[in-house]
Design a protein. Structure first.
Length: 191
C-alpha cells in the first residue's frame, strides 16, 4: 500500500536510510541527524514523503520537493551551530567523506541549486534490502511520474556515479542522463 508518511514512520524511514544510502555524508552524521532531516521534510509544505507498507511494515519510501529552493532553505535553518561543527569535524577527519564532500561541492558549482528550481526534485528513494528487485521502487517512482504529468513539471534527481543499481533503475524508469560530473549523475524525466 502506497501512502503519505505519518510522524511515527520517521524512525523506520531513518533506519532504511541508514542501511541503504551507505557512504553518504548523512549516514556518517548518524541516525539522529538523518531523522532530523526527515522531520524537516515532513514539516515542509513543499515536500512529500511517500511510504510503501505491507502488513503494517514500512518497506520503502521516496521523498521529493516541488520547490527545491524553499526546502533547501528550510533544511539549512535546522542546522544548529553544534551540528555544523560536528559536520565539519566528520568531513575533515574522514578521507572518504572529505572526497565525497569536495565532489558534492564541485558538483554544486557545476550544477548550482537554481538550475533545479522548477523541477520536482527527488531527494531520496530506498527500499529495505530484502524487498528489493520486486518492483516496489518502480511503484513509488510511477506515482511521482503521474504527479509530474499532471503538473507538467519534469523530475530531476542526482545519484552517485558508483551506484550502478540506481542508474539502471532510473534508466529503466524512463529517466535520461543529463550530465555526469564529479561522480554525480543527473537524471531528468520529462512527462
Ligand atoms: C535503487 C532501488 C530504489 C531500486 O528499487 P527496487 O524496488 O529494488 O527496484 P525494482 O524492483 O522496481 O527494479 C526496477 C528495475 O531497476 C533495475 N534494478 C533494480 N535493482 C537492480 C540491481 N540490483 N541491479 C541491476 N539493476 C537493478 C532493473 O532494471 C529493474 O528491472 P528488472 O527487475 O526488470 O530487471 C533499491 O535498489 C534501493 O533501495 N537501493 C538502495 C538505495 C539507493 O541506492 N537509492 C537510490 C539513490 S537515492
Amino acid at each position: 500500500m502506497l501512502t503519505s508518511a505519518i510522524l511515527s514512520d520517521l524512525d523506520a524511514i531513518s533506519d532504511i536510510h541508514m542501511d541503504s544510502i551507505t557512504g553518504s555524508v548523512s549516514v556518517l552524521m548518524g541516525k539522529k541527524f538523518v531523522k532530523n532531516l526527515y522531520q524537516t521534510l515532513f514539516n515542509d509544505d513543499n515536500s512529500t514523503i511517500l511510504v510503501y507498507k505491507e502488513n503494517n511494515e514500512l518497506i520503502g519510501f521516496i521523498t521529493y520537493t516541488t520547490d527545491f529552493r524553499k526546502t533547501n532553505e528550510e533544511i539549512k535553518t535546522k542546522f544548529s551551530l553544534s551540528q555544523m561543527l560536528i559536520f565539519l569535524l566528520k568531513v575533515t577527519t574522514n578521507i572518504h567523506t572529505m572526497k565525497l564532500f569536495i565532489q558534492q561541492f564541485l558538483f554544486h558549482l557545476y550544477f548550482p541549486n537554481h538550475r533545479i528550481q522548477g523541477y520536482i526534485f527527488i531527494f531520496t528513494l530506498a527500499i529495505k534490502s530484502r524487498y528489493r528487485k520486486q518492483g516496489i521502487g518502480t511503484k513509488l517512482i510511477k506515482h511521482i511520474k503521474i504527479i509530474s504529468r499532471k503538473s507538467h513539471s519534469s523530475i530531476f534527481l542526482d545519484t552517485a556515479g558508483s551506484n550502478q543499481k540506481a542508474i539502471n533503475f532510473y534508466q529503466k524508469a524512463g529517466f535520461h542522463q543529463v550530465f555526469n560530473a564529479f561522480d554525480n549523475i543527473g537524471f531528468l524525466y520529462q512527462p
